[in-house]
Design a protein around this ligand. Structure first.
Ligand code: NAP
Length: 532
């Protein structure tokens, strides 16, 4: 028999767990379907060595429960994956969420029926129905393997960082090849370089990495962070990207160069996203200022990497500072001073194929025991597109998005009533604080459902006009930003299907404005949404 619930949540990661908590609080009988054999979403799948927060633990944690904040102690300023996974289990246990989560339940089909209910079916044939569906499928979930010839032929061990096995992998003495040099690759390279027999880093595009400066939280800091938790969350509501680091109130232009340089050094010493997000107010709009920060970082790379030729390869040439997410690093650049680490520049010699024994670039073949794919995700739309989602009249989401994704507020699609995506395309979360955005969006969704119940409405669906307007507003939010010139990133869906590639997938107006827009839409009785 197909069980009927009030709401079904897809995914038990940060936003799925919070959705479940809030929906149950509202009194909705809610079921969660989670593909993993454990909860945690991103922090379940990405268990590669070195995986950790790139923003401060106490800004990433949930803010909704003072008791939770009091009871949980982060051991480091930037906690590592095992601790984050433990935290999410702690949350699930504390709020008795686990009995409502079905694990190992990858959703294959989501279909809207004539009786205004959604039927959800998992790959292994489990079925359930509900009036509301919340896709809490994350923004970086659909992992991406490159389409090189021979990927399937490699006889050694192949690993994708987002499908990392639970058992410890022994790299000692092994010849390891890693493809990718994004934030994930940077984290894992630092961790395994010393252990591997030889590590070959296959880099297509270098990134502007900034120091993370992680350290343990001492008891005094612990007390202080707990006492200031509310204040910290308030700061995160006011800063552009929802982190502690808010942009400087003055533009760099007009400040003497020597002063600017000292400012960059201060931010470099501070760590985390300070250099990227706490910089002069024109860092994202003024090519000269961004170029100068790039010059500052290039100098650091040259100081830290012994071989000048390798240093030049590690300095990005195709994009200026700030236009892609900056990987946080500890001693990334120093790894390239090891005799057992080689950097292969794929711009000069692209990969021609993967063989049974290793990787071929031009006429060079490197024998390998392990290949690690740190090649990223089909960002934002990937997981939604991997499911078969059919809305009103049997129209599929793929069809609806055949000319690129269209959303209202990043959370609803026209023709898909009572379906919400917590962190769908066109929300700011990707270069912002994900938990802060997830909490904002879930609160809005649950508030909308509460409003419907109180006012006797059965369904809510965005109008096509409001959807067009929001999608356009997201494209417009890019204007004047240097990011617009750097379209070769997952912000623009580089790994996604052709109809999505090249379209800006975020809202770049910042968290405070986004929050304001959400509150305003709700205050106006869900303007742009049709309540039936
Ligand atoms: P990514 O930023 O998309 O990087 C993927 C890397 O793989 C890039 O270097 C890319 O090169 C390379 N690549 C992709 N396809 C390739 C191919 N066919 N051949 C050679 N190289 C290829 O992915 P990611 O590093 O997993 O990070 C994604 C996002 O996840 C980050 O921006 C960040 O938001 C998030 N993240 C967060 C944390 C954290 O919170 N602690 C940690 C890791 C990641 P190109 O640049 O040339 O395409």
């Amino acid at each position: 028999m197909t069980q009927t619930y009030d709401a079904i949540v897809i995914g038990a990661g940060v936003s799925g767990l919070y959705s479940l908590y809030r929906l149950r609080e509202l009194g909705l009988d809610t079921r969660v379907f989670e593909a993993g054999t454990g909860l945690g979403g991103t922090w379940y799948w990405n268990r590669y060595p070195g995986a950790r927060f790139d923003s401060e633990s106490y800004t990433y944690q949930y803010s909704f429960s003072e008791e939770l904040i009091d009871e949980w102690e982060w051991s480091e300023h930037f906690a590592a994956q095992p601790e984050i996974e433990r935290y999410l289990h702690f949350v699930a246990d504390k709020f008795d969420l686990k009995p409502h989560i079905e694990l190992n339940a990858r959703v294959a089909t989501v279909r809207y029926d004539d009786d205004k209910h959604w039927t959800v079916e998992t790959e292994d044939g489990r079925r359930a129905r509900a009036r509301f569906v919340i896709a809490a499928t994350g923004l970086l979930s659909a992992h991406q393997l490159p389409d090189y010839e021979g990927v399937e032929d490699f006889a050694g061990q192949s690993l994708h960082t987002a499908r990392w096995p639970k058992e410890t992998i022994d790299f000692s003495g092994k010849r390891v090849g890693i493809i990718g040099s994004g934030p994930t690759a940077v984290q894992i390279i630092q961790e395994i370089a010393a252990e591997a027999g030889h590590l070959f880093v296959f880099q297509r595009t270098a990134n502007w990495c900034t120091p993370l400066r992680n350290r343990p939280i001492d008891p005094e800091e612990q007390r202080d962070l707990k006492a200031r938790a509310a204040e910290i969350f308030e700061i995160c509501k006011r800063t552009f990207a929802g982190f502690l680091h808010g942009e400087h109130s003055v533009p760099g232009e007009g400040v003497p160069k020597v002063e600017r340089w000292a400012h960059y050094q201060e931010l470099y010493d501070e760590g985390g996203f300070a250099l990227w997000l706490g910089n002069y107010s024109d860092t994202f709009t003024n090519a000269e200022i961004a170029g100068e920060v790039a010059e500052f970082l290039a100098e650091k790379i040259r100081e830290r990497v012994d071989d000048p030729e390798t240093a030049e390869k590690l300095i990005p040439k195709s994009h200026t500072f700030g236009t892609k997410r900056c990987p946080g690093e500890r001693d990334y650049y120093e790894q390239f001073n090891r005799d057992n680490v080689s950097l292969i520049d794929l711009r000069a010699t692209p990969i021609t194929r993967i063989t049974e024994d290793g990787i071929e670039t031009g006429d060079t073949h490197r024998d390998l025991d392990v290949i690690i794919y740190a090649t990223g995700f089909q960002a934002l739309t990937g997981e939604l597109m991997r499911m078969d989602i059919y809305g009103e009249g049997g129209r599929s989401l793929r069809e609806h998005w055949s000319d690129g994704p269209k959303t209202n507020l990043g959370i609803q699609f026209s023709g898909f009533p009572n379906m919400f995506a917590v962190l769908g395309p066109h929300n700011p979360a990707t270069f912002c604080n994900i938990t802060r955005c997830a909490e904002n969006n879930v609160d809005w969704i649950v508030g909308c459902i509460r409003y419907m119940r109180e006012n006797g409405y059965e369904t809510v669906v965005t109008t096509a006009e409001a959807e067009e307007a929001w999608t356009q507003r997201c494209y417009d939010s890019l204007k004047g930003l240097l990011i617009e010139q750097m379209q070769d990133s997952w912000f623009f869906g580089t790994n996604n299907d052709e109809n999505i590639r090249g379209r800006f997938l975020l809202f770049a107006g910042g968290v405070p404005l986004y929050r304001e827009i959400f509150a305003d839409v709700a205050a106006k009785g869900y303007e742009g949404f049709e309540l039936r």
